[in-house]
Structures are given as C-alpha cells and as structure tokens.
Design a protein around this ligand. Structure first.
Ligand code: GAL
Length: 409
C-alpha cells in the first residue's frame, strides 16, 4: 500500500477532530449551579470536537471577573477565549488591537443570515470586522415568584408588579421576605432597569437610553420610577444575601416571595428540580410591559502569536454558534438562542414566554449596548446606595442619575 493511502486511511479512522487537540483556556463568571451546568455543555461539545476546554471560571460576578480578564489581556497573559457581555465591555480591547478578528468564521458560517436579532452580531462588530461569537440572548427584566408562598397565604400568585407590591403586607405578615435582592451593585441596577421599563414605559426608556434625552431623564415620569424603587427597597430590607443566586435560592426555598432578576435565574430553578408554572412563576417585563432587552453573553478571542491557538479559537467560535450547541447550552442557561432555526421543543414555560416576545419583535437593546462600562459601573454604585440606604430620597438619586448619564454622553 502506498504511503499516501495509509495516511488517508489513518485520517479517516481518526476520531473526529483528533488531528487538532489544542488546549484552550476559557474564562467566564458562570459559577452558580445553573451557570456551571450550562457552561459544562460548551466544554463537553468542545472536547468532543477533539480540542480541550480548560475551564477558567472566575467566582464573584461579572464585576469581579471583568477587571481580571482585562488585566490578563492587557498584561500579555491572554486566555484562549473569554466571556463578556456583548456591547461595549470589550470595545477598548478591540480598539487596542488585542482581540482576534473572526470575520472569516462569521462569513464561512453565514452568521449574518442566521443570527437573530441582527443587533447581536452588530454588537460583536467593530469597523466592519467581527470580534465575538454571541452565545445567547439574556434579558434582565423578569420577576420570579414562589408559588408556594402565595398558596400558603391563600391568595393568587401575582400577575404583575402592582399586584406583587399589593400582596407584600400579607407576605410580610406571614414572616416571609417580599423581595429578595443581593447586595452587589449590579443587582440593584438591574432591578432599577426592570422597574424603569415596567413603570416608565418603553418610550421613556428609549428616549433616555437610546436618544440620550437628558430632559426626559430629569423629568417627572422618570421621578415616578425612582419613587417606585424607593418603595420597592423597603420590600427588600430583610434580604441580606450577597450573590444573585443566593437571592434566587430564597425564592426557591420559599423564604422570599419574589426576585427581580435576569432569565439566567431559570437555570437555578431547573437545577433545584422546580417546574416553571407549577412551583414558580416568571413574569417577563414584570408582567407590565412584555419587552425584553437583547443583551447577553459572547465569547471573544484574545490575539495569540501561536497559530495553533488561533486555529482552535476559530473552531471554538464556529462551534458556539452551531445549532446543536445553541440548543444544549441555552436550555440549561435559561437564555434564548441566538438563531431561530433550532429545535426548541424542550423549552419550558418561561423560555416559551421569552420566545413569544422575541417573535413579536418586542425587543430593546441591552444596557451594555447603549452605555459604556464606566457609566454602567457608576449607575450600579448609585443604585446600590439608593436601594440599600433606605434614606436617600428619590429626587436626590434622580439628580445623581442625570449627572452620571450626562457625563457619559
Ligand atoms: C450576566 C451574564 C449572565 C449571568 C449573570 C449572572 O452578566 O450575562 O449570563 O450569568 O451575569 O452571573
């Protein structure tokens, strides 16, 4: 047998992808039970393709992880791939020439056609080049409720934010916490953002965050949102946990009636064996304005001098967007897939609600798409002070809010 024939035979019997076998360290901040289950699906698929996923989970939250990720990249110790929320979080790294251009992967896999909504690919694109692979659509504006808390009190599970607030005295009288809220600043900012859409409405939200109208930010309609948040913080006064998933756990264990949190909370209910619609209820848009913002997670690939790493980075980018990985990952993550051509027959009640909203086109850009990381951090600092202090007035918080946004224009 001629040598080339033997070589061809060996290639054909080799495990799929075994010719590659490159190790890639992947950093992310997915450390809760649901998040770990979801990221495990990505690792499993990458390993099965013949390469090796070296997990670089960073505990804490995005706020803890991102500075570590950024300093490794700027400090010359790049990982193979890293999570960021797509939008502006990695913009400076891209502009500094520290990120791999993956436009060839995007073109070869037809991302411009398959990724929906298009804003997700746009958020990965800088000066016409693609720098990240979006993996999900995550929306923060959801209210999660324990059905048992309401069954025990003997009242119907609220169907919107107003009913939730009205039920709070009975929840408290039953010795439960009405609203679970973790202490990290981004969680207060998230709760405020959800209230802004529920109470202020979509038009006001767009006017401030997209059209950057600072008069609207300082106006009476926005003051109503701050007043609602000042009322809501009283409902969270007895919630002393730190992490978001500890707050979700208060709802899962029926110690708290509800939590305002992104749809990633679904992953926690799932690993706890809870059933959507039976054990817990999810209200997108807090049951008031059924809109979802289409932020989420994406993987970026820091520039690397080793061509084998670059090739593995591109293989991972293609894999993350592939239909099989999209289904396996998103079913565990609680997020929506970034493409419409996948089989979601296994979706639960909450995911179906999100999919219906997406199909209607009731979508908004994510906060990281419209404001810089600096503005987002300052807003988080303001909101955690406002939600946790109990005595900062709505007017004082609004004045600081306007100052932060105005400085970020
Ligand atoms: C977000 C991220 C989600 C979720 C959440 C809590 O920034 O987009 O995937 O994991 O943090 O960790």
């Amino acid at each position: 047998m001629k040598t080339w024939k033997i070589a061809a035979l060996m290639l054909s019997v080799a495990a799929p992808g075994a010719a590659f076998a490159t190790e890639l360290e992947v950093t992310h901040w997915w450390t809760s039970g649901g998040e770990a289950a979801a990221v495990g699906e990505l690792a499993k698929a990458f390993d099965a393709s013949g390469d090796k996923w070296i997990d670089g989970a960073i505990a804490g939250s995005g706020g803890t992880a991102r500075p570590i990720m950024i300093s490794r990249i700027t400090g010359g110790d790049p990982m193979g791939a890293t999570q960021f929320n797509h939008g502006q979080q990695a913009l400076e790294l891209v502009q500094a020439g520290l990120m791999q251009d993956i436009t060839d992967v995007a073109e070869a896999n037809n991302w411009a056609e398959v990724i929906f909504p298009k804003s997700l690919l746009e958020a990965c694109t800088v000066d016409g080049k693609v720098y990240c692979a979006p993996v999900n659509i995550h929306s923060p504006e959801w209210l999660w409720l324990s059905n048992k808390v309401y069954e025990d009190i003997g009242i119907p599970v609220p169907t919107n934010w107003d009913e939730f607030v009205a039920s709070a005295p009975q929840v408290e009288a039953a010795g439960k916490i009405p609203l679970a809220l973790g202490n990290q600043s981004w969680q207060s900012n998230l709760a405020f953002g959800a209230l802004a859409i529920a109470i202020g409405g979509i038009d006001l939200w767009k006017e401030i965050n997209v059209n950057k109208n600072m008069e609207a930010a300082a106006g009476p309609e926005m003051l109503k949102v701050f007043v609602a948040a000042a009322d809501a913080r009283k409902l969270a006064a007895k919630s002393t946990v730190q992490d978001w998933n500890q707050a979700t756990n208060l709802v899962i264990t029926d110690q708290a009636a509800g939590q305002i949190m992104g749809d990633w909370a679904q992953g926690e209910f799932q690993v706890a064996g809870e059933v959507a619609g039976k054990d817990y209820t999810c209200l997108p848009g807090m049951g008031v304005n059924e809109y979802i913002s289409t932020g989420g997670d994406a993987f970026y690939f820091p520039l690397n001098a080793d061509p084998e790493i670059t090739a593995a980075q591109k293989r991972l980018a293609a894999l993350l967007v592939s239909p099989e990985v999209q289904v396996a990952f998103n079913l565990k993550k609680g997020s929506l897939p970034i493409r419409g051509d996948v089989d979601l027959s296994a979706a639960n009640d909450c995911m179906n609600k999100g999919l219906a909203i997406l199909a209607k086109g009731n979508i908004l850009p994510g906060g990281d798409m419209v404001w810089s990381p600096d503005v987002q951090t300052q807003l988080g600092d303001l909101q955690v002070e406002f939600w946790k202090s109990q005595d900062m007035t709505a007017e004082a918080a609004q004045a600081q809010y306007v100052a932060i946004l105005s400085a970020g224009l």
